[in-house]
Write a protein that binds this ligand. Sequence first.
Ligand SMILES: [Zn+2]
Length: 417
Amino acid sequence: MQRGREGLPAILLVVVAMGVFGLAVFINARPTESIQPIIPTEFIPTDDPLAWQAVLQAGFGSNSTPLPTIAIPTASFVPPTLAGSSDTNLIPIPPAQVADDLQPTLNAIVTATRPAATPTLLATDVQVTEQFVTRPPADWNPPPLIPPISRDPLGRDHYWFLRPVDSNATNFALFSYAFGSDGPQQENPWRVHHGIDMPNPIGQTVRAAGSGAVVWAGASFQDSPSYGNVVVIQHDFGYYGQPLFTLYAHLSGVLVAAGDFVNAGDPIGLVGNTGRVSGPHVHFEVRVGENKYRATYNPLLWMVPYVGHGVIAGRVSGPRGVLLQDQNVTIRDRRTGLVVQSTTTYIYLDSGSDVQADPLWQENFVVGDIPVGRYEVITTIDGQRVSKIIDVLEGMTSFVDLSLEQVATPIPPTTSP
Ligand SMILES: [Zn+2]
């Protein structure tokens, strides 16, 4: 009995010690909590007006039905095929600058007996290395180049920003609603687009395109309900002495507050469908000089291209250099004959808040994400097919001027029989 009584505390001690040991083992054996992206799924009440729950509630509401203004295609882009050109409207390229595999064709063009135009100057003297890069599948992208880059020999390029969403997300601009366009419909055109749209699922991380200070984070941006939840960053670098801003709209969640400093690539929000949209996407703007709607410039001339890709910018103009608006421009791969992209020229409403052309390029259309190679840029002016051949180089803008006057410029007759 006595032994038993003395033994009881000892047993208790052993039991307690085993319990403590077991607890310690259990705690250490638990997997460390992995960091998951915050994807809002339900409303959780909070006092913080910038918490994503509050932002989400404000944006969606319980019975929210955002007004449809743009249609987000669900299918991937399929370039249309275009009737082959007769080549009679092609503008010859100086043979010295022509890659070997294209030489016979282009020589034929050069010696064609027709009134032709002055030779097209390629964007640069840099020799083109042919890279037969095809459009990547939707679930794969080459890596972006590292901004800032400015490879143009005359310093006109300013690819200073990252894309606002990751490479494995949809981070190219929606073709059907290009910057400066009013969408694909002839009837009921949309508002002229002051940014580019990247359709992505709600919750996809939106990232700072460059470093700087958050100057807006939340709804009611500039008293407009259209943008939904918005983040605006004023960058800690400028452009020719002017401040630079990037804007990210329709967010479902805002992850920063005004006054925060962010680095390029930092998460700042989540893709959503707040404001006037018909589907979730991020609307991305670049503003130069002032944080105003009228100070928006084409983001395709600011977002860094992918490895092996470049950008085509150009002007379509009529008599006396008057810019032609809402003109179709088609980009056709010279090697495959396939159309790789099409767009329309900027629309100006003379409302005092039009989109802006780049101060140096003075373009009225831009297409991005063009694989390095040789392309024909085609438009129609006064019912006449006008086109030029252009080489796209990696990480650079290739500029093309399309006008009737240039096409009509005569050249001396050839001496061939
Ligand atoms: Zn947009």
